[in-house]
Structures are given as structure tokens and as C-alpha cells.
Design a protein around this ligand. Structure first.
Ligand code: PLP
Ligand code: SF4
Length: 339
């Protein structure tokens, strides 16, 4: 079969740190690049995303998310390999059932972009995907537990699977009466907007459930007109669009950057959902923002923006029944008593 246009763009991704730096006029940064970090988790970034980086800017917020640096290889106490307890929450091959009512399918291990802060950089997802073996194990878990009303496709990036493979899953899910919602967690519409093609939107339109697409952008500069077009196509197909971001030092750790992210998202039809405190995964320590700073940034967002533009600041804690809010205790402290 002919490869789709998005599959071609996928294959043409930049994979050599030196090529990336040359494209950006930043050859002198090569001395900070770590071959060891790149060997552990290779650089991968689609050319459409590279095009949104600022030429000649070593601290570009998009570049910092993908460039393998020496800092990653320094061991830092408290930063380990399975930061979020996924190893313990497996319910079957490629299924993670941690939270009431929702089962997460690790649809695939592949991503179009490799984000240096990602907790999945050490997880052996390649052997443990739900798509392997025609989704059978995942379908067994879901069919056997009537409390599962929502199926989350995650990964890796679930939209890295070809659309017919996704349709295979949803065709089988239709036969499970307790499934009522579908959620897709994906960074592809941001980093490789070509992925949102007619075949994908036709599939989305055909689904019998409300569909929520949670995209992942950390900085306003990740949006451009191609991303706008992709978002519009997803909305036209009936999907509700939300964004999750990770709070990252040197990328979006200022109130201005976070305000701009929410506003730019809204212009594309995407509302903020979560702002995650970093998972403490080995290699990502240099991105961490301490909780006091995170809380003060969040307070500035609350003070400056409409409520719907403020994401929930959360952290994932192994063993918790949901994402844990960092805020909440002090909410309403200054509110007059309700009569
Ligand atoms: C984050 C996560 C979810 C979704 O949680 P929401 O708070 O509903 O967004 C579901 N399952 C797992 C395993 C998760 O990590
Ligand atoms: S799972 Fe998401 S955050 Fe991690 S590398 Fe893939 S796209 Fe990036």
C-alpha cells in the first residue's frame, strides 16, 4: 500500500543532533550535545516542528524540549526509572488501569517526536503495546470490567498507528456496551499536523461516542497555521479539544509563557486541561521547577486570566486514585463567607 503523506513526513524526521543544529545555525552548541543521552533515547523531531524553532537561538523553547544534552546523564537522587508506578498498575498487556472508570491503553510505543523530559524514555513499551496481537488482551480487560466507561488511547502516541489499525480497535469496542467515551492523548496534531488527514477525520466522525482529544503543547510557539488547520479539522469531526502541558524549566516557567500558551491554544480551539509537574524520571532533573515556584506561577495565572484559561496544576503520584492537585487547600482563603 502507498504510504500516506503523514507517514512520509514521519520518516523524514530529523534524527541527527548535528543536523538539527546545522539547520538552526547553531553548530557551536554541538559541544553540549550528549551522544550517550542520544544513545539512550534518540533525538527525533519532525521537520514541521523544527520550522517553528527560532534560527540562531540556543535557548529556543522548542529546541530545548528535544535536544539531548550532557545534563541528562548526571544522576540526581530521587530521579528514577519508573517514576509514576506504571510497572505496578498493569492490568493486561498494554492496559494500565489506575483510576476509577478509565482504562488507559498503551496503544503503541512510538512517537513522532522524542521529548527529553518524558517519563516513557525508560519504559519498555515497545514489547508491551495494546495494538500488538490485534488488541485482544486490551479488549478482554475492558469487556471483563463493566466499571470501565472510558477508554483512553495513549502510548507512545496512539496516532502513530495507521488509521485502519485504530478502526480495528473501535470496531471491537462498539460491541462492549459499558464503553461510553473515547479519549485520545496525542502530540501528533501539534508536532506533525499532516497526521490529521481525511482518513483520520472520517474515522473520528464514524465513532458512536463523545470523543475527547487531549493534545500536548508546552509553548505558544508550537502552534502555527498548519496546527490551526489540524485543530479545526478535529473539531469539525466532532472532537472536544483539550491541551496538557508539562511545566519545564527553560521552556515555559514564566507566567507570560503560560498565559500565551493558553491564549494561543484558545485561538486554535483548544482549552487547557492539565499543567503537570514533571515526573521525576532519570535524565529530566534539569527541567524541574520546584513546587513553590509552580504554585506562584499558577497563582499568577489565576489572577490574570479567565478561569477556563487556567490549567489544573497536578502531579502524578504512584498509588494515588487520581492526579494530585498541588493547589486547592488555600482556594477561597480570601473569599467572603457565603451567606
Ligand atoms: C492520567 C491518567 C489517566 C487520566 O486521568 P484524568 O485525570 O482522567 O485525565 C487515566 N489512566 C492513567 C493510567 C493515567 O495515568
Ligand atoms: S509520549 Fe508524549 S511526551 Fe513522551 S516522547 Fe512521546 S510525544 Fe513526547
Amino acid at each position: 500500500m502507498q504510504p500516506r503523506r503523514w507517514q512520509q513526513a514521519w520518516r523524514e524526521a530529523v534524527r541527527d543532533p548535528r543536523e538539527l543544529l546545522a539547520l538552526l545555525g547553531l553548530r557551536e552548541l554541538a559541544q553540549d550535545v550528549s551522544d550517550a543521552a542520544a544513545a539512550q533515547f534518540p533525538l527525533r523531531v519532525p521537520r514541521a516542528f523544527v520550522a517553528r524553532m527560532r534560527h540562531g537561538d540556543p535557548s529556543d523553547p522548542l529546541l530545548r524540549q528535544v535536544l539531548p544534552l550532557d545534563a541528562e546523564m548526571r544522576p540526581v537522587p530521587g530521579f528514577g526509572l519508573d517514576a509514576v508506578g506504571d510497572g505496578a498498575a498493569k492490568a493486561g498487556q498494554g492496559v494500565i488501569h489506575k483510576y476509577q472508570g478509565r482504562a488507559l491503553l498503551v496503544a503503541t510505543g512510538s512517537c513522532a517526536v522524542h521529548c527529553r523530559y518524558c517519563f516513557r524514555r525508560h519504559f519498555p513499551y515497545a514489547e508491551e503495546t495494546a495494538a500488538a496481537g490485534g488488541w485482544a488482551a486490551a479488549l478482554d480487560v475492558i469487556a471483563g470490567d463493566p466499571s470501565i466507561e472510558e477508554v483512553l488511547l495513549s502510548g507512545g502516541d496512539p496516532l502513530s498507528l495507521a488509521t485502519p489499525k485504530l478502526a480495528e480497535l473501535t470496531d471491537a469496542l462498539r460491541a462492549i456496551p459499558h464503553v461510553r467515551r473515547l479519549r485520545i492523548h496525542t502530540r501528533l496534531p501539534i508536532v506533525l499536523p499532516e497526521r490529521v488527514d481525511a482518513e483520520l477525520t472520517q474515522w473520528l466522525r464514524s465513532l458512536p461516542w463523545p470523543v475527547v482529544v487531549v493534545v500536548h503543547a508546552n509553548h505558544a510557539n508550537e502552534f502555527d497555521t498548519d496546527v490551526d488547520t489540524a485543530m479545526q479539522a478535529l473539531r469539525d469531526a466532532g472532537a472536544v479539544l483539550l491541551n496538557q502541558a508539562v511545566l519545564l524549566r527553560g521552556v515555559n516557567d514564566s507566567a507570560d509563557a503560560l498565559v500565551a500558551l493558553s491564549e494561543r491554544g484558545l485561538a486554535a480551539g483548544v482549552l487547557p486541561y492539565y499543567l503537570h509537574q514533571l515526573d521525576r524520571v532519570a535524565g529530566a532533573a534539569h527541567f524541574e521547577v520546584d513546587d513553590a515556584t509552580a504554585l506562584s506561577l499558577h497563582a499568577s495565572l489565576v489572577a490574570r486570566q479567565s478561569g477556563y484559561l487556567v490549567p489544573r496544576l497536578v502531579r502524578e503520584v504512584a498509588g494515588d486514585a487520581s492526579k494530585r492537585a498541588l493547589t486547592g487547600v488555600d482556594h477561597g482563603r480570601n473569599r467572603p463567607p457565603v451567606a
